[in-house]
Design a protein around this ligand. Structure first.
Ligand code: FEO
Length: 405
């Protein structure tokens, strides 16, 4: 059965939802699913903007058959070649032998690498600022390198103000009937998954997102719809989401608050982390989120690290090093270019406490623009009441540093 939604008078969402995939990119859990968005423009000529994951190909075809009827598919515009969107390109080319393809030079190279045989079709290579008219609609192509692969571009329809934004402005969570961001309570139900998507998938490339935002800022008043490749379409309150993207890609925290991530083997480091959370709240700093790194997928920790201004790492010493799962969190923050946060440390060790020094060294030497507070809570095996003053000092140091922000 076809499943389409109208975006504008002659533009349709023809994508699909996926609740079967457990791990996006085979690494990030997506318990609420994801959508693969493709769009069909029915102008004088017909245009498909991007395709879908291979698993959703049948749905795409049913949607196209329904909307095209007897009309041919004239054009395929590929903004991004990652297989969650482009895996169906070859099948679309085979199904529509006369379709012509528009994409960037690097995207055509990737099509050949993936074995999609674009050269059996008329291929038009476009670059920054090139335009194409499909009848009533004229589009401009804008390079968006590293948002999220080097070949990526976005396409702006200057006739109706639709921005086909590729991976930019996307989100995890399947659409399940809703199409527009104003059809859901985005700030309540979607923002955490939108942040988790952006920070984990494209977080490393903040400067490239900034470059794209800079290009978009010149035409912001002309953008009426943002059509991403995942998640809802934006037609209202665009500034809200643009502002979030601006913050995330500048590595600026969204909120003044504290992420406490603890690595605990037998509950004693956990106990210290909980004691700190309670002490912070007692002192009036209630925007505190506590996670056990051992049972929280690192993609959630990354998202929370992008959200909060302060990060407390509490780690037991393991094999004279940082607990492996905590080390993985640190490595992931580094890989995603995380910056501009204030850290506080809690360390634990029963006979050779090393984790604090090692976490400090990692943050100082491997990460950019980070501050580590001097106050450190150091515990031997378990935390007793004798650590009360140190706990108090650490909570005070965190709260005082917030005043400096
Ligand atoms: Fe959703 Fe980079 O692909």
């Amino acid at each position: 059965m076809y499943c389409v939604r109208k975006v504008t008078e002659d533009l349709y969402w023809v994508g699909a939802n996926d609740h079967r995939l457990h791990l996006f990119e085979n690494i990030h859990p997506i318990p609420q699913g994801v959508s693969y968005n493709a769009y069909l423009l029915l102008d004088k000529e017909t245009v498909l903007f991007d395709t879908v994951d291979w698993s959703a190909y049948r749905q795409l075809v049913e949607n196209l058959d329904y909307l095209l009827g007897d009309r041919p598919l004239d054009w395929l515009v590929i903004n991004h070649m990652e297989p969650d969107h482009a895996a169906s390109v070859e099948q679309i080319l085979l199904r529509y032998p006369d379709v012509k393809v528009i994409s960037s030079e690097k995207a055509f190279m990737l099509m050949r690498q993936f074995g999609f045989h674009p050269d059996l079709h008329e291929c038009i290579t476009v670059a920054e600022g090139d335009t194409h008219c499909f009848g009533e609609h004229t589009v401009t192509f804008v390079a968006a390198p590293m948002v999220h692969w080097p070949e990526a571009m976005v396409t702006f329809d200057t006739t109706n103000g639709v921005l086909f934004a590729a991976d930019a402005f996307g989100s995890f969570i399947a659409l399940d009937g809703k199409l527009f961001a104003d059809e859901v309570d985005f700030d309540r139900d979607w923002i955490d998954e939108a942040r988790r998507y952006l920070t984990n998938i494209v977080g490393k490339y903040g400067p490239h997102i900034q470059l794209l935002l800079k290009k978009a800022s010149g035409i912001l008043d002309q953008i009426k719809f943002i059509c991403p490749l995942h998640g809802p379409v934006w037609r209202e309150n665009l500034g809200y989401f643009v502002d979030k993207y601006d913050k995330w890609s500048r590595y600026e925290p969204e909120e003044t608050g504290v992420l406490i991530a603890y690595a605990s083997m037998y509950g004693n480091t956990e106990s210290a982390a909980q004691a700190l959370a309670a002490r912070l709240c007692e002192k009036g700093c209630t925007n505190v989120a506590v996670y056990d790194v051992s049972n929280t997928h690192v993609s959630y920790l990354i998202s929370e690290a992008f959200k909060y201004s302060h990060i407390v790492l509490a780690s037991v010493t393991y094999n004279l090093g940082i607990y492996p799962v905590m080390h993985n969190f640190l490595m992931d923050m580094k890989a995603l270019n995380m910056q501009n946060r204030t850290f506080a440390l809690i360390e634990n060790g029963s006979w050779a406490c090393k984790s604090g020094d090692l976490m400090q060294k990692f943050i100082d030497e491997e990460m950019k623009n980070m501050t580590v507070l001097n106050d450190r809570l150091s515990i031997a095996s378990s935390m007793g009441a004798d650590k009360n003053l140190e706990l108090d000092a650490l909570a005070d140091a965190i709260i005082d540093s917030m005043k400096e922000d």
